[in-house]
Design a protein around this ligand. Structure first.
Ligand SMILES: Nc1ncnc2c1ncn2[C@@H]1O[C@H](COP(=O)(O)OP(=O)(O)OP(=O)(O)O)[C@@H](O)[C@H]1O
Length: 441
């Protein structure tokens, strides 16, 4: 008997220790089982307590009255399935007539408390069916990306979502994006993560970095780099020349296929035959304010830059040219054309901000809740951000802490994948140290 007590004490003790020190391990060893059991046995009671049941049908009530039986119980929404995941449990629930998905989102906090989990989110999976994600522990505390992800060409895993799923940057779904955040909020680490993930892909990387220190370590994997506003203006115009060249190829292909019955008519580079398909180009711009702010009222160089960015954002997708723009703010104080440019950047990521107006710039047209969530990111959670989608949905994410060394290693390893872009040849980074610097070193 005493041995049994000791064994139980050891198991309980190690479970508590794991829960405190290694919540992810605790979840995989004990938490998942306890949570699944709790849901199985307490599902109906919890739904009732959270006001997620509906009264019995009129017919059943009338029958009960007529037969003088007790009134039938509230009807519980049907649990279709329960699926444990690496970080939580997913439930599919068939709603009862008269219920809507909003009731389940509104009850998220009550469900979290009743099921004893860290967090609950819900979404309508299809009409009449709601999917609830229970997260067992705070997955954003120490971000651990799963080994297996659903990556593909131009679809890269860049962060973990608060419900434990993976957040992807999918350039074909969301061609252009803007990432804002106060200083030290985690923008550069986010950018590094994107570059590290893109490095093994058959794509060209192009960068503009007027701070000069953010992108130069990745030079081996970059087809073109500009580190001052003059070069940036020329580089963006060279990209436009390339884009127009690609449009000429698509147009020619369209004319050929128009004369061929049943042939697909190309509308973008993905419809072109593989031999003709140009390599996609990811343009990453660090600190947009360095390019957009000018002391002059009419600065021709700034106008060239903003015009080129707007044109690339409007027309680049079909030519396989994608923009990722980073900055501390991205509002009209950066001058003419910025609001127009922002409208084209449908991917919005906001790290910690110092004022509500910065969050509003990104999410004002998406959701007031997303604005509020962005202003609530604590200083201690660097790399945490809110991502908004044009559908009005939003979610909290956090990037893994990709070090400069890890990103540089990926860029060096895949340096041989760096394509030569003839139109941008002038901006190909010079590798190695300049003779004078090498001598000094
Ligand atoms: N995902 C993360 N997890 C843990 N720490 C992070 C994460 N992202 C960033 N940090 C830490 O936060 C600090 C600031 O990060 P980063 O340099 O990316 O910020 P930033 O927004 O680019 O700042 P600035 O605008 O001043 O360049 C760094 O010390 C970095 O190590």
């Amino acid at each position: 008997m005493s041995w049994l007590l000791i064994a139980v004490a050891i198991v309980v003790g190690s479970a508590l220790l794991l829960k405190w020190r290694r919540p992810a391990w605790y979840w995989l060893t004990f938490g998942i089982l306890l949570c699944a059991l709790r849901i199985r046995f307490r599902y109906a009671a919890v739904m009732d307590a959270c006001h997620l049941t509906v009264p019995a049908s009129r017919l059943r009530l009338a029958l009960a009255r007529w037969s003088k039986k007790p009134a039938p119980q509230q009807r519980v929404p049907r649990l279709l399935w329960l699926r444990p995941t690496r970080t939580g449990v997913r439930l599919r629930i068939k709603m009862r007539p008269g219920q809507d998905a909003f009731e389940f989102s509104a009850a998220a906090d009550r469900l979290r408390h009743s099921f004893g989990v860290h967090q609950v989110t819900s979404r309508e999976a299809k009409p009449g069916v709601v999917e609830i994600a229970l997260t067992g522990y705070d997955v954003l505390k120490h971000v651990q990306m799963p080994v297996k992800t659903d990556r593909g060409l131009l679809k890269i895993p860049v962060a973990l979502v608060e419900d434990g799923s993976v957040h992807y940057r999918d350039y074909r779904e969301v061609p252009h994006s803007v990432t804002v955040g106060a200083t030290q909020s985690g923008k550069s680490v986010f950018q590094r993560t994107v570059i590290k993930e893109l490095a093994p892909q058959p794509v060209a990387l192009v960068g503009i970095d007027c701070k000069k220190i953010e992108l130069s370590p990745f030079a081996r994997r970059f087809s073109a780099l500009a580190d001052n506003a003059d070069d940036a203006a020329d580089l963006l115009e060279a990209l436009m020349v390339r884009m127009e060249g690609i449009y000429d190829v698509i147009r020619l292909e369209q004319r050929i296929s128009a004369d061929t019955p049943d042939a697909e008519i190309a509308a973008n580079i993905w419809d072109l035959p593989e031999a003709l398909r140009p390599v996609p180009i990811m343009v990453t711009i660090d600190e947009i304010a360095e390019l957009a702010m000018s002391s002059k009222r009419h600065d021709p160089r700034r106008d060239r830059i903003i015009t080129a960015l707007i044109r690339l954002a409007q027309l680049g997708r079909a030519a396989g040219i994608f923009l990722d723009i980073y900055g501390q703010r991205f509002g009209s104080e950066l001058g003419d054309g910025i609001t127009m440019l922002r409208a084209q950047l449908t991917g919005r990521t906001v790290h910690r901000v110092n004022d509500e107006s910065t969050a509003k710039m990104a999410f004002g047209d998406i959701s007031p809740y997303a604005v509020f969530a962005a202003t609530q990111i604590p200083n201690t959670r660097r790399g945490m951000a809110v991502v908004g989608y044009s559908t009005g949905e939003w979610t909290r994410i956090r990037t893994p802490h990709t070090s400069m060394r890890q990103a540089v290693a990926a860029c060096n390893r895949y340096a041989d994948l760096t394509p030569d872009l003839p139109e941008l040849a002038r901006f190909r980074p010079v590798l190695g140290l300049a003779p004078a610097v090498a001598e000094a070193a």
